[in-house]
Design a binder for this molecule. Structure first.
Ligand SMILES: C[S@@+](CC[C@H](N)C(=O)[O-])C[C@H]1O[C@@H](n2cnc3c(N)ncnc32)[C@H](O)[C@@H]1O
Length: 269
């Protein structure tokens, strides 16, 4: 776990864990303005500009150069989650839950059907910043959007249901850039809760630790995501990060997160 954390800490978007969402937005803004972007996220730069007005500083040139190799990773990851949600919608799944949504702008930029319900879970101040920034730019969600401002270590299933989530409907779930902020037991609890709330036909996309993830601290007693899902009736598919980058014709850097991208579909309950 990140040092300096407590069991009930919270944060704004410009501080601590919240600022990691800005880091992702910054990477998406760079990709979007590149010559051949894998995706276009017109809102990423809006978040960066709004945070800068609040005093947040984008990474310096020196840091930018040092983490340049992560740009392709971040781009491939975003593209993979985009395609996951588009495929779920094309297969009739009209309810989505984005766990630890941060500054993910998919609710505003993907081609959802107008009847799709999208729930985003993150810290209150992170979601408030995001919604306010988009409102200031006159941007409207492409589907029925609900921000569920709750800590994922708390009773978020109740908060989700209280906001209209229907567990009898198939759901497309995502956990992108999240698992490293949860301890091993917290990861298991997250998966148990998602499973409990998932009707047959639900789908789940997860950025997970690969078997040779570079920081063994995170691997201590941690469940293998694909195994966990398979043992609970989900049909899974696993793509190591390097394969994902190759799939999108991006160079595989020597140093990058040893993650894997796991997607699952719940066949029956
Ligand atoms: C690296 S960012 C990823 C954001 C988003 N998934 C994306 O890819 O753009 C991590 C996000 O996880 C959120 N997060 C981490 N721990 C959380 C918790 N316990 N409850 C709610 N949100 C949490 C942070 O606020 C932050 O927005």
């Amino acid at each position: 776990m990140t040092t300096g954390r407590t069991e009930d800490d919270s944060w704004d978007v410009t501080e601590g864990v919240g600022a990691t969402a800005l880091g992702v937005a910054w990477a998406r803004a760079r990709e979007s303005s590149s010559k051949q972007p894998l995706f276009t996220d017109p809102h990423a730069q809006q978040f960066i500009d709004a945070a800068s007005e609040r005093g947040w500083s984008p990474p310096s040139r020196a840091i930018t150069e040092r983490i340049a190799h992560l740009g392709d990773y971040a781009a491939a990851r975003t593209k993979w989650f985009d395609e996951f949600f588009i495929a779920a919608g094309a297969n009739g799944v009209e309810q989505a839950v984005i766990l630890a949504a941060g500054l993910d702008a998919r609710a505003w930029r993907l081609p959802w059907t107008s009847t799709t319900r999208i729930y985003e879970i993150d810290q209150p101040q992170v979601l408030a910043f995001k919604v306010e920034t988009l409102r200031n730019h006159g941007v409207k969600a492409a589907a029925r959007y609900t921000a569920v401002a709750v800590d994922l270590r708390q009773d978020w299933p109740t908060a989700l249901r209280d906001n209209g989530f229907d567990a009898s409907e198939p759901t497309a779930w995502s956990a992108e850039g999240l698992l490293s902020y949860l301890p091993a037991a917290g990861q298991d609890l997250l998966f148990a809760r998602v499973h409990e709330l998932s009707a047959a036909g639900s789908r789940f996309a997860v950025e997970a630790f690969g078997p040779d993830f570079f920081d063994p601290e995170y691997l201590e007693d941690r469940s293998d995501v694909a195994d966990w899902l398979a043992n609970h009736g989900w049909r899974t598919s696993v793509t190591p990060a390097a394969n994902l980058l190759e799939h999108y014709h991006r160079d595989v850097p020597d140093v990058m997160p040893r993650t894997e991208f796991v997607s699952g579909e719940l066949l029956s309950c």
